[in-house]
Design a binder for this molecule. Structure first.
Ligand code: SF4
Length: 198
């Protein structure tokens, strides 16, 4: 039976592996976040694709002080409204993730996979065998890519593990999730429906 209780250790273990792979790659390159303003990478458009990660962000959110939860919900509603009003408008495009406080993630331990892996270029193999890749963050591309043309993290194994958990979640809920931004995941109440809610 797939429940919130066994979700937590499983996702923590997957995140531990991701963090470890990222730290090893970053150390090899010499890439750190030092000198970055802590905001530019925390775009409001980072999207969660799975019940697993949506549930885990919401789980972390519930650990916060009520006043902090309230501030985050106010921010999130503002962001969701701005997106509804004009997804390509400046109001939305220049906003920062609702979980970013003074340049740092308030839910660092619960942040999604995409936040953990951003920075270093990546590659992954799709289920049909084709390969996809993408570059690193601004700092990597401007300062480190020249000396590290081969630097890449292969995300395939992480995506496969997440997909395996998500298949169980989809079975438990009887439907697939919508793709949601962090703010949407926090304010859209239907995210909490069903047996995955923690
Ligand atoms: S969840 Fe945290 S790390 Fe990810 S974009 Fe938001 S503030 Fe940044």
């Amino acid at each position: 039976m797939f429940t919130g209780e066994n979700l937590v250790p499983r996702i923590r273990e997957l995140y531990r592996k991701i963090d470890s792979a990222y730290a090893a790659a970053a150390e090899k390159i010499g890439l750190t976040c030092e000198g970055c303003n802590g905001v530019i990478c925390c775009s409001v458009d980072l999207t969660l694709h799975t019940f697993i990660e949506i549930s885990y962000v919401r789980f972390g959110f519930k650990m916060l002080e009520p006043s902090l939860q309230s501030e985050i919900l106010t921010r999130s509603r503002w962001i969701v409204d701005a997106k509804r009003e004009a997804p390509h408008g400046d109001r939305y495009r220049t906003a920062v993730c609702a979980l970013n406080f003074a340049g740092a993630c308030i839910l660092y331990e619960y942040r999604p996979m995409i936040c953990r892996l951003a920075g270093i270029p990546h590659v992954f193999t799709r289920p049909d065998g084709s390969e996809a890749q993408s570059g690193g963050c601004n700092k990597f591309e401007e300062t480190f890519s020249g000396q590290n043309p081969e630097a890449k993290i292969d995300r395939s194994v992480f995506y496969r593990e997440m997909a395996a958990m998500e298949i169980e979640a989809v079975r438990a809920r009887g439907r697939r999730t919508e793709k949601l931004t962090v703010s949407e995941a926090l304010v859209i109440e239907r995210c909490s429906e069903g047996p995955l809610f923690l």
